[in-house]
Ligand binder design. Structure first.
Ligand SMILES: *Cc1c(COP(=O)(O)O)cnc(C)c1O
Length: 399
């Protein structure tokens, strides 16, 4: 009997009841705008910021409209402007080069290794080209953050971390997003907290955070932020920081606060699923499992594997055969971007040089989401299907 998987790769869990009730309370109040609060009421957004800052062990937090907004806001807060160069990952998602383009800056792409992290030798080689690195922990893979920070500190490079896939992850115990000057997160439906759209910036730098708060559209109401710098810090910037509105509202904040309390548990549940698939894929001929370093605590909300040096037609055949059995895989190496896949050379507004080592990795890179609606049995079944289909195509003389 040929096994088929019938689950849905884009189906997340329902919003928890406590979050639904909190959302209904906000709607009943009619006060959805973050600065629309009753006398003595801090408001859901300010409380969420305080709780997220505490959870990440940082001083300051700002909740915003999306992860992509957080990235653009971080660059503006650091003074990145038109024509400036920003180092960033060649392997990332479109909102990252998009955030760089949104301030008129130009990305300098840094390659990806077979471990799916930023190539630190390539970073060191390009370190004199820019003074900001927008580091994308793409698909949750953390580079050696000690060496990365050494390189950046030695060259005076300020690091903005894109933690869209690493909320709750750690490098040698340090939470992702806290090594750089600003950490950015997304609370979009496919990330680790779900408010449909949404995001955060965190920082310990009062100047950067004060600017981010002004930028997000705080008018002169910044003293209502519970996780912002002291009002004095705003004195020097309040008249010359533009308002680029991108605030979060109370409704989304109400949905997020109960979810944040469960983050650690959810991370463990993702990792159980990740390991079930990983175990099932290990030692499949032709397939390379991405080994995770011992220093990394990851959050396995998606899994990647490599079909290194496979002909494109064979990769496509694996995708086709897996899809026919209900397993939805994404191929980052495809010539045309489809859905959420993309290669650095498909962002044609951003100049890029060919990167052969990176192209080789992307050409073999397969990606799969692991929503928490999948059971561990589902994960084992998915792994059996991938293993069988990769094996069949690998052994075939031709496809
Ligand atoms: C989702 C995502 C973002 C941006 O998040 P949005 O909230 O969708 O704007 C940034 N970087 C990566 C790697 C992402 O996956």
């Amino acid at each position: 009997m040929t096994e088929v998987f019938t689950g849905n790769f884009t189906q997340q869990e329902p919003i928890p009841d406590a979050a639904i009730e909190a959302a209904v309370r906000v709607m009943r109040s009619g006060r959805l705008h973050r600065y629309n609060v009753a006398e003595g009421e801090p408001g859901e957004v300010a409380l969420l910021e305080q709780e997220f800052a505490r959870a990440m062990g940082v001083k300051y937090c700002l909740a915003v409209a999306s992860g992509g907004y957080a990235l653009g806001c971080a660059l503006r807060a650091l003074g990145v402007g038109p024509g400036d160069k920003v180092l960033t990952n060649a392997f990332t998602l479109a909102p990252v080069p998009g955030a760089i383009a949104s301030v008129g800056a130009v990305p300098v792409f840094v390659g990806v290794t077979e471990d799916l992290v930023i190539d630190l030798d390539d970073l060191a080689a390009k370190a004199d080209q820019a003074d900001v690195l927008m580091l994308s922990h793409m698909r949750g893979h953390l580079a050696d953050m000690d060496r990365l920070m050494e390189i950046c500190d030695a060259h005076g490079i300020r690091v903005v971390e894109d933690c869209a896939h690493t909320m709750g992850a750690r490098w040698r115990g340090r939470l992702s997003g806290t090594d750089g000057v600003i950490g950015c997160y997304s609370t979009q439906t496919y990330k680790h907290l779900n408010s449909g759209e949404g995001g955060f910036l965190v920082s310990n730098d009062p100047q950067a955070m004060a600017r981010a708060i002004m930028l997000s559209g705080s008018y002169m109401l910044y003293d209502r932020h519970l996780a912002g710098p002291d009002p004095e810090v705003f004195e020097g910037i309040r008249y010359n920081t533009p308002n680029v509105s991108g605030r979060m509202d109370h409704l989304r904040a109400a949905i997020l606060r109960p979810q944040l309390r469960d983050l650690a548990t959810q991370c463990e549940r993702w990792n159980d699923r990740y390991r079930a698939v990983e175990d099932g894929l290990r030692d499949t001929p032709g397939l390379t499992v991405v080994e995770r370093p011992a220093e990394e605590y990851y959050v396995g909300s998606s899994i990647q594997f490599l079909l290194l040096d496979w002909a494109p037609a064979r990769v496509q055949e694996v995708l086709r055969r897996c899809a026919a059995r209900g397993v939805e895989l994404k191929w980052f190496g495809g010539a045309e971007p489809t859905g959420f896949t993309s290669r650095y050379d498909s962002w044609r507004y951003a100049p890029s040089q060919p990167m052969p080592a990176t192209d080789r990795v992307l050409a073999g890179l397969i990606d799969m989401r692991l929503p928490l609606t999948f059971s561990l049995d589902d994960c084992r079944l998915i792994a059996r299907i991938i293993r069988a289909e990769v094996g069949a195509v690998f052994q075939a003389e031709t496809v």
